[in-house]
Write a protein that binds this ligand. Structure first.
Ligand code: ARG
Ligand code: GLU
Length: 740
């Protein structure tokens, strides 16, 4: 009996991750770590088909798009697919009142009509290698964090200098497993990336904020670009002489759709996760950080929405701002719920008990890592108070109150004056002047003033006395005078209107500096930020520093204590593979969500004239006529689907790939109940959300009348092929030139 309990324990903890779906794996280690499991889940490819340095492989079709998103190549002429919300800035920048591509969509009729985007890049990963030994040479456990860092920096510089690469390539070295390992990436960054097509935002961002993070989902979140290269197919700045890029590999597109239980993988650049935290960090997130941020943003969004509902003009000004604030707000709520529901804290405590049991039964490990976990948890607890005040301060000073956020600009003027004199200040003043019209065009003082009053009152009532500064005290937050006092502060502020700002900026240098310094709202801002910088930031840095170095040791310890467990490194914006299965889920009692949505569901949500759920007439017409082309399944257009792939921010635009290496969808979100996968993946409720590729093709062809773009792609029918014939992905082409 005892033995079987121990065996169960050992099984549970040493074979983690136990759920198919968890993990963001390194493409170059798939063969040793994942290939068998992937194949047992239904994959018909080899690890070499996914990542190879010797031949074109799936990884050659994946790019980091514009820094924060992922894109994939879907034709032999460099056609690139990513999310609408990833290409949004570009779509918007080409839009004018006459040609509003955000509202109307955009489809280049030929390559000549494709639109260039200065600054936009697409980065391929050419190869990866484990360089831990060279980077950690000379580093010892005895060194302090900063001694270690300077050794690592030195080694890194040396390595980068000597590593063989072509002139058009770059070398990137990143730390993994909390600084215990280092991997090197050879990359190629293309700089001429042109806009090819995008649906109107009523389709590409259908459901806007109400549906964000929500399943069932009906958004066609895609846009298309094309990479251009010089005549040798190498990266080049924009030039009309550039030609469409020829990839080593592009993804064929499966027309066969998905069914429950199908193998899927998502290939992309996940930004950041923290899966190996100690229990006290989970508690900090669940009980402290997330609740503070959510409470403040709930108030801020309530106020914004009140005014947006009342006025169309205000709505236009605040839609984008509200979306930015709401994205994190909604995600954190799901995260808190999910962490509680799956008892992430309790799970961590059990895990830590097992860790300690194993550690203490091994003298060598105990000597090396004894006390590491306890100290780490203790430091997290010590950081709690500072973290709380940090969340308050940053949400108030940097995010939710526009006036306070922009006092940093006036503060920079004062600093310039005091350090470098009037002339330097006036140069900066010009920049502030040019920024004014854009800022005030979308500014509503009444919203900002009300938000200020609400959030600072919350601050006043919830933080320790020691963080209440003079300016706040004198507003008397809990008195009848508070609203009037806040109004007076805004009345006196140079940032309350464009006229007031201009009145300030025409002043002579010394007068200008003095006027800012005597602006009561500036004084308020200064008091708050100074106290943050003096009383809070150094302590946050101190304890976070301790937590960071504690995590480095604890990570190493976990990997040694659970020797047989497969550890995947936390996301860090490097290329990863995650795999799982198409799967429905049941987040609450008596609630079960199907894995696929259809165009019928888009129509169900349709609200004429509503800014989130309106639809263009042409889509309704196509729906009513059932003019679906070859993209329907049983007479319905599939729209989106979910699976157990472990994804996070940065995976936006990542391809969802079938068992054979074909594109079946485009990742763009996760379900609300499962956003805690950043700390605690749980296959019962964690799902990623993808647009079904057939909806994308339908919109391009039937809605956009841009069949020529679909014709460029390679459409395949992997499921209707006789079984067991071909296991390599299609579309793999020989590399044009041999590489080392
Ligand atoms: N939640 C997704 C992400 O984190 C989509 C955000 C963009 N869409 C939106 N409706 N705000 O990026
Ligand atoms: N929308 C996210 C992004 O822009 C992806 C959703 C997630 O966090 O999983 O990367």
């Amino acid at each position: 009996m005892i033995k079987s309990i121990i065996l169960t324990f050992l099984f549970v903890f040493s074979s983690l991750p136990i759920f198919a779906g968890e993990g963001m794996w390194l493409p170059f280690l798939l063969q040793q770590m994942n290939e068998k499991e992937m194949q047992s889940m239904g994959m018909k490819m080899s690890a070499e088909d996914i990542y190879s340095v010797n031949k074109g492989s799936l990884k050659d079709a994946i790019v980091q798009f514009g820094g924060g998103c992922t894109g994939e190549i879907i034709s032999g002429s460099g056609l690139l697919l990513t999310n609408h919300h990833c290409g949004y800035g570009q779509i918007q920048s080409h839009s004018s009142l006459e040609n509003n591509y955000v509202d109307k969509g955009f489809w280049a009729k030929s390559q000549k009509e494709e639109l260039s985007n200065p600054g936009l890049t697409a980065t391929f990963i050419i190869s990866m290698a484990d360089v831990s030994t060279s980077i950690l040479k000379g580093v010892t456990d005895k060194m302090s964090a900063s001694e270690k860092q300077s050794m690592v920096d030195k080694n890194m510089e040396q390595l980068k200098k000597n590593y063989a690469k072509e002139s058009y390539q770059e070398i990137l070295v990143r730390s993994f497993y909390k600084g215990n390992q280092y991997y090197l990436f050879v990359t190629e960054t293309y700089r001429d990336v042109r806009l090819v097509g995008a649906p109107p935002s009523s389709i590409g961002n259908f459901g806007v904020d109400t549906d964000n993070w929500i399943w069932p989902r009906h958004t066609c979140d895609f846009s298309m670009f094309r990479i251009y290269a010089d005549k040798n197919n190498k990266p080049a700045d924009y030039s009309s002489d550039n030609v469409p890029f020829k990839p080593r590999h592009f993804l064929p597109i499966s027309m066969d759709g998905i069914k429950e239980g199908d193998f899927t993988m998502v290939f992309g650049f996940p930004g950041s996760t923290n899966e190996y935290l100690p229990s006290e960090s989970i508690k900090q997130i669940t009980d402290l950080s997330d609740p503070v941020k959510v409470a403040l943003r709930t108030r801020a969004l309530d106020i914004m929405h009140k005014y947006m509902v009342a006025s169309e003009a205000v709505k236009i000004k605040y839609v984008t701002k509200a979306a930015g604030i709401s994205n994190g707000w909604k995600k954190w709520q799901g995260e808190m719920e999910g962490l509680k529901k799956t008892d992430a804290f309790g799970k961590k405590q059990k895990y830590e008990a097992e860790y300690n049991r194993l550690l203490n039964s091994n003298a060598a490990l105990k000597a090396k890592y004894g006390g590491v976990l306890e100290e780490l948890n203790a430091n997290v607890i010590k950081s709690n108070d500072y973290v709380k005040i940090r969340e308050y301060s940053l949400e108030i000073l940097r995010t939710n109150i526009e006036m306070l956020r922009y006092y940093s600009k006036l503060d920079a003027l004062v600093n310039a004056f005091e350090k470098n004199g009037g002339e330097e200040m006036m140069k900066k003043a010009d920049a502030v002047k040019s920024w004014g019209p854009g800022y005030f065009k979308n500014y509503e003082r009444k919203i900002d003033e009300e938000t200020f009053a609400a959030l600072l009152q919350m601050y006043y009532n919830d933080v320790d006395k020691e963080y209440i500064f003079k300016g706040l005290e004198s507003l008397a937050p809990n008195s009848d005078q508070y609203t009037a006092n806040v109004k007076a502060l805004f009345d006196a502020s140079y940032l309350n209107s464009e006229e007031k700002l201009n009145e300030l900026l025409i002043k002579k240098p010394e007068d200008l500096a003095n006027s800012i310094k005597s602006d009561p709202a500036y004084i308020f801002y200064k008091e708050m930020i100074d106290q943050y910088n003096v009383k809070v930031a150094p302590n946050v840095t101190l304890y976070e520093g301790k937590v960071t170095s504690g995590m480095e040791r604890y990570m190493a310890a976990q990997m040694e204590v659970f020797k047989d467990r497969k550890f995947y490194p936390d996301a860090n914006s490097t290329l990863r593979v995650t795999y799982g299965k198409v799967n429905s889920y049941a987040p609450r009692d008596a609630v079960k969500y199907e894995f696929q949505t259809y165009l019928d569901g888009v129509m169900e949500k349709y609200i004429p004239g509503n800014y989130e759920f309106d639809l263009p007439p042409k889509l309704i017409e196509l729906y009513e006529k059932k003019d679906f082309g070859p993209y329907a399944e049983n007479g319905k257009i599939p729209v989106a689907f979910i699976a157990t792939n472990h994804t996070t921010g940065g995976n936006s635009g990542s391809p969802a790939i079938d068992a054979y290496g074909n594109l079946i969808g485009l990742n763009f979100d996760r379900v609300w109940e499962g956003t805690m996968s950043d700390y605690n993946y749980d296959a019962s409720i964690c799902r990623n959300i993808m647009v079904d590729i057939r909806y994308v093709l339908f919109i391009i062809d039937k809605y956009g009348d841009a069949k020529h773009i679909v014709d460029e792609m390679k459409l395949v029918h992997p499921k209707s092929k006789p079984k067991g014939v071909k296991t390599t992905p299609k579309g793999v082409t020989k590399k044009p030139s041999a590489k080392k």
